[in-house]
Design a protein around this ligand. Structure first.
Ligand code: NAD
Length: 368
């Protein structure tokens, strides 16, 4: 499989979207544009072997189109793995809307986006992600039924973030059990980077268990508010990655685990909610293995939100969703042990399980 660097080089050399899609065998990419409303979006469908492609919509002020395309391709592929490893009958997809959500997001923009989602006739089902909230999903819902994570008042499951945070907490505890012999997080120095919808809920669990939690976010007001509410300590140092910590929980954006950060990190575990934490899964997965840092695969431990919205498709039940998310604990433990016994990276061990399921179910499907 091509490394991120190789993909970048190939894309720059060819300038071809289809060539970029073919690297990880994406099925379909849809470019959406509306000059009047100011909507520029990309929907990527990676693989629909297990079911319709479900994945959130991210709104972000990308520097250019190729950055947005790269992100949506990476994120949609991650969703394929996330659904497969979690035993869900879903494929992998994702959408990005290009622009600053605080400046250009309107009802019209979200409804126009909803029309594009509808045009895919259920092959892609959307939900919220960074920069998008439940209110936005209400607007999308006005134009399409292929949407999840809508407000409870409209019969949906609401914000999936609390379930995601619970799953991350389960994955972190399983990692602690593997690394320290006990899953107690009491007294552990845990650094949570990104105090958004998921980070904030995760901090709650950690503080309640008696962990020594340090928090950091680029938005100062979120930090102050969270510190006041939970008693967590606000980061006051210069370099996040040089901080003294046992566990690093990346809960902001992806690619924070890279050559630079790994060279500085002194933690024994990385377990967080952010998607695509490893800048390059081959290079940085191996660097973590060599350095003896336990990395809990992101697409496994942050699957709680997907598990939650999947449940919405079949008649929502919060208790069942939480119960399913709690299974992340056993699965994470088993993957960490497999990686250790086979001396492979944790991402390789997790991907092998997901790929095996897709391959096997693919064979079932071709029989009718
Ligand atoms: P969010 O937008 O609510 O929060 C993200 C937070 O990260 C924001 O407060 C932002 O200010 C902060 N941030 C951005 N850049 C930062 C930086 N460089 N340093 C520190 N903080 C920074 O998003 P969320 O819903 O909490 O999701 C967090 C991550 O988890 C994302 O990567 C998302 O894709 C992933 N994820 C979320 C869910 C979910 O259910 N919400 C599910 C799976 C994965």
């Amino acid at each position: 499989m091509a490394t991120t660097q190789e993909i970048k080089e190939m894309t720059q050399a060819s300038g071809s979207v289809i060539k970029q899609m073919s690297i990880n065998n994406h099925e379909q990419v849809v470019f959406c544009n509306d000059n009047e409303i100011g909507l520029k979006a990309i929907i990527a469908i990676h693989n629909t072997t297990l079911g319709p492609a479900l994945g959130g919509t991210r709104m972000w002020a990308y520097n250019n189109e190729s950055e947005a395309l790269n992100d949506v391709l990476r994120l949609s592929r991650g969703m394929t793995y996330k659904a497969a490893i979690s035993g869900l009958n879903l494929g992998g997809g994702k959408a990005v809307i290009i622009g600053d959500s605080k400046k250009i997001k309107t009802e019209a923009l979200m409804r126009r986006f909803g029309k594009f989602v509808n045009s895919l006739a259920g092959k892609y089902i959307t939900a919220e992600d960074v920069g998008i909230g439940t209110k936005d999903m209400e607007y999308v819902k006005m134009e399409t039924n292929h949407v999840t994570g809508i407000p409870e008042s409209m019969g949906g499951s609401g914000d999936p973030s609390p379930v995601t945070a619970f799953g991350v907490y389960m994955g972190m505890k399983a990692s602690a059990k593997f690394a320290y012999g006990s899953d107690s997080l009491s007294g552990k120095k845990i650094f949570v980077q990104g105090i958004g919808n998921v980070g904030e809920n995760l901090v709650d669990y950690l503080v309640k268990e008696g962990a020594k939690v340090t928090i950091y976010d680029i938005h100062e007001e979120k930090l102050t508010e969270c510190a006041k509410k939970t008693g967590a300590t606000v980061f006051a140092g210069k370099d996040v990655y040089e901080t003294d910590m046992d566990i690093y929980a990346p809960c902001a954006l992806g690619a924070t685990v890279n050559s630079d950060s790994i060279s500085k990190l002194k933690c024994s575990i990385i377990a967080g909610a952010a998607n695509n934490q490893l800048e390059d899964e081959n290079i940085h997965g191996k660097m973590l293995l060599d350095k003896g840092i336990v990395w809990a695969p992101d697409f496994l431990i942050n699957a709680g939100g997907l598990i939650n919205v999947y449940s919405e498709l079949h008649g929502y039940n919060r208790e069942a969703a939480m119960n399913n998310a709690s299974k992340i604990y056993d699965l994470a433990g088993s993957i960490l042990r497999t990686a250790q016994s086979e001396n492979i990276t944790t991402i390789a061990a997790a991907k092998a399980i997901a790929e095996k399921r897709i391959e096997e179910i693919g064979k079932v499907k071709i029989s009718f």
